[in-house]
Design a protein. Structure first.
Length: 380
């Protein structure tokens, strides 16, 4: 089959780039052809080595803007989305591809297609939605309800069950998310059994990640052998960048803590993840009860056990023994969990290896791509 990926996010994070890469490379591995359809001013963060079609209509970034300027930018984006969708419809009618994948969709995309001829697409259009929380669910279901008569529109929600908040809708499909794996290097899956342990805190820094409180607890722990922690933070907003800089200065005298204030992509990102022994995710946001956590699925893909709050995809940590979870906003439980994880790490390494492999097989990128192909082939 020929798959078109429509991508319009101008300032993607590392996980969005890697998510597109999963789709491209895994579909190719299954024998399919892939091309990108993007706004004419789109800049790629990775060289995918596939055909690129540039659409009329400028991509809009929200980076560094707020207030009325952001409202105007949002209106421009919605107008251009209508133009992009119309061009995708025309390309589908010309037989340029057999299916369209929109890799990072929201209810806004569904609202837009309700007003666009693309809803009558002659080929399947797969909207990949990275989770639905209770707040956005009414708008999501309202839009999907309007689209039920268009059998080529398929809403693929990344989730762990067979329903969305207990609701089953004919054109909404529950599919498993993929793990993020190293793609430009070999990563050893065997865990360290002795020696200093290096923990890693990665990803886009936001204040909700509660880094101050975590580091205070980390410094109070009593570990049975040497522990280091590497903190990488990519920041988007000026306020988050300012806060991360403050944290770096606050803890600069502690030699067991290393900081990197920088976004990482490609091989540099992969080497950084591979360079630690376990990943720490002390995030205190309920969004991860409903949206799959990119860092947790990075940990699984790189065979790294985790220390995470109980809000981060609890279905995974309940089903696979890949680390330790703790209740958010509970410093004493966090301290005990950190100490337990570190001090029993060597004894439990074999269990972690086995369970990480099991989770990695269940949520493999290949299986994710196979689910997309299956959706594209339905009703054809």
């Amino acid at each position: 089959m020929k798959f078109a990926i429509f991508e319009s996010i101008l300032t993607p994070g590392g996980h969005e780039v890697d998510f597109d890469r999963i789709i491209v490379e895994e579909l190719q591995a299954l024998g399919h052809e892939v091309s990108f359809y993007v706004p004419y001013n789109f800049t790629f963060k990775h060289e995918y080595r596939v055909p690129i079609v540039r659409l009329r209509g400028q991509g809009i970034s929200y980076e560094g803007i707020r207030g009325l300027t952001k409202v105007i930018a949002s209106l421009k984006r919605e107008i251009n989305r209508q133009r992009w969708f119309k061009q995708l419809y025309e390309a589908g009618c010309r037989g340029e591809f057999d299916a369209i994948i929109i890799p990072t969709s929201t209810y806004r995309y569904l609202r837009a297609i309700n007003m666009n001829i693309l809803k009558k697409s002659p080929v399947p259009v797969i909207f990949v939605i990275h989770g639905i929380n209770p707040g956005e669910a009414p708008r999501f279901f309202a839009e999907t309800q309007k689209l039920q008569s268009y059998s080529n529109l398929k809403m693929a929600v990344l989730t762990f069950g067979q329903s969305i908040l207990g609701k089953v809708v004919p054109n909404v499909y529950c599919i498993k998310p993929p793990t993020y794996m190293p793609r430009d290097m070999q990563c050893v899956s065997e865990l360290k059994k002795n020696g200093p342990l290096k923990l890693g805190f990665f990803g886009q820094y936001r204040k909700e990640k509660n880094l101050d409180a975590f580091l205070d607890v980390f410094l109070s722990c009593k570990f049975t052998y040497q522990v280091q922690i590497f903190i990488q933070g990519a920041t988007v907003s000026p306020s988050d960048a300012e806060d991360f800089q403050r944290i770096m200065e606050k803890y600069s005298q502690h030699t067991q803590i290393t900081f990197l204030h920088k976004g990482l992509f490609g091989l540099e990102w992969q080497e950084a993840i591979a360079g630690v022994d376990a990943l720490v995710m002390p995030y205190s946001s309920s969004r991860y009860l409903y949206h799959w956590a990119g860092m947790l699925f990075t940990a699984i893909g790189y065979a790294k056990p985790v220390i995470a709050t109980s809000e981060i995809n609890p279905e995974i940590l309940d089903h696979y023994e890949i680390g330790i979870s703790f209740e958010k906003d509970n410093p004493e439980q966090l301290r005990k969990s950190l100490e337990q994880f570190v001090n029993t790490y060597a004894a439990r390494a074999t269990i972690y290896e086995r369970e990480l492999m099991r989770a990695g097989n269940d949520y493999s990128p290949q299986k994710f791509a196979e689910q997309l192909v299956q959706l594209a082939n339905q009703n054809m």
